[in-house]
Design a protein around this ligand. Structure first.
Ligand code: ADP
Length: 434
């Protein structure tokens, strides 16, 4: 951004300089022309006064110099006198704009590029009392010659302006940017944004960053506390059972039973750890391809097959129906999403219950005939470690992370999730993909 601002300011400076030089030259040129014209009219009047007072034509010679050229033209256009050439060979002058205008209006003026490169001829013509036309003319630098003559000065000025705008743009940018550079320091030191020397317009942004950061830090702390707690519970049991076995207090069948407990608690810890790993993978998931073409019915069928043994233990029937429109995303993640929803539908179902997985276009619903979720808990079930029914979740090996994973995957696929549930009747979770 800094570079961009420096460059923009610099270009602005240079463009202004160049435009300025052009405008100045043009204005100067316009003044210069006006001055010449006025002088020329004045001189013409002087000569005319002499002529009218009866001086002979030849006297006109005394007015001509290096610069001034005098021509006397008859009404019919014939040249009577020409100071810079022989009037004999001169063509008829009636077609010259300044002569035409002088005949009609009493005076006329014109400027034409002369034969000499870089100069212009200025003409002023006046109708005399005897009807003849007196014309004076002078050569002056054209705008190109003016430009050329002042080129060195122009270049020096432009060069100077370039250097000045370069330094000024860098200094100005530094000044503009410096309040932004203070933000990281301010965030680090927890200094109030309103006290710091920054633009008032960015104070709300800084406050927002700070509150998001604080919220994130709180979430992290809460998550760490939850993880520690969740790991501590099975570890305490494991250590307890192991101690009993170690002390020789458990014999024969008890010993085997305790070993079984140790194994199931370890399994629970492993599930928990793999769920936590999965969540953090999803948090920073960019490796996985999101461009698989996925048929939701096909994936639902796979999940049903995998969960069938678990469902059979509780005599639960899982049905998959409907027709899918293919969606784009990560197949592994969609599998995980449907698997977690169906797994919950089994975990929180009653014996002999039903689960219906229905697909319609890009909408998937998983409906069960289970214990349902109290309406107060519904908004929170997607939070990490939140369990509506704590004892049942633990007893069934739940980690409280399954629906967090589901929500994460849905977000990554731009999908909407909604929950409808009635306690003791069942739960219906709908996921709408785009
Ligand atoms: P868990 O591992 O405890 O199942 P989840 O994140 O998958 O964790 O679900 C969070 C909570 O939501 C569960 O503890 C449970 O109380 C409730 N829940 C989820 N799905 C269902 C369902 N189909 N029926 C009833 N309650 C459910």
């Amino acid at each position: 951004m800094e570079r961009k601002i420096v460059l923009s300011l610099f270009y602005m400076g240079v463009v202004t300089a160049v435009v300025g030089v052009i405008i100045t030259t043009l204005t100067y040129y316009a003044f210069f022309r006006r001055e010449i014209r006025e002088n020329l009219a004045h001189e013409c009047q002087l000569v005319a006064d002499c002529y009218d007072s009866g001086d002979p034509i030849t006297e006109l010679d005394k007015f001509t110099g290096e610069e001034l050229r005098i021509t006397l033209i008859k009404k019919d256009g014939t040249v009577l006198f020409e100071s810079k050439a022989d009037s004999q060979g001169m063509p008829n002058h009636l077609d010259r704009p300044e002569i035409k205008s002088a005949i009609e209006n009493g005076s006329g003026t014109d400027t034409r590029f002369s034969d000499t490169i870089g100069t212009e001829d200025y003409y002023y013509a006046l109708r005399l009392d005897d009807g003849n036309i007196l014309r004076v003319s002078i050569k002056a630098d054209s705008i190109f010659a003016l430009f050329e003559r002042s080129l060195v000065i122009i270049l020096v000025i432009i060069g100077g302006i370039i250097i000045v705008s370069m330094i000024a743009s860098m200094k100005l940018t530094d000044k503009l940017i410096s309040p932004f550079k203070k933000i990281p320091d301010m965030l680090r030191t927890n200094q109030a944004a309103s006290d710091a020397d920054i633009y008032p317009e960015i104070v709300p942004l800084v406050e927002e960053i700070r509150s998001v950061r604080n919220a994130q830090s709180e979430m992290r702390q809460e998550f760490t506390a939850n993880v520690s707690h969740e790991l501590k519970t099975p570890l305490t049991s494991i250590s307890g059972y192991a101690e009993v076995i170690e002390n020789g207090m458990a014999q024969g069948e008890d010993c085997r039973r305790f070993a079984g407990k140790i194994r199931s608690e370890s399994a629970r810890m492993l599930t928990l750890i793999s769920d936590i790993i999965r969540l953090s993978e999803l948090d920073s998931a960019d490796g996985e391809s999101m461009s698989d073409e996925i048929d939701l019915v096909e994936v639902a069928m796979e999940c049903r097959e995998q969960l069938e043994p678990l469902a059979a233990q509780k005599s639960i029937d899982i049905s998959v129906s409907g027709e899918a429109e293919k969606i784009l995303g990560c197949r592994t993640e969609i599998h995980e999403l449907i698997y977690n929803l169906a797994d919950n539908a089994i975990k929180y179902n009653r014996s002999g219950g039903n689960i219906e997985i229905t697909v319609s276009g890009k909408t998937l619903t998983v409906e069960d005939t289970g214990i349902g979720i109290p309406s107060d808990d519904i908004p929170r079930i997607f939070e990490r470690f939140y369990r509506a029914d704590k004892s049942r979740s633990r007893a069934r090996g739940g980690t409280g992370l399954g629906l967090s994973i589901v929500r994460h995957i849905a977000q990554r696929h731009d999908a909407q999730i909604s929950v409808e549930s009635t306690v003791n009747v069942g739960t219906k979770i709908t996921v709408i993909f785009k």
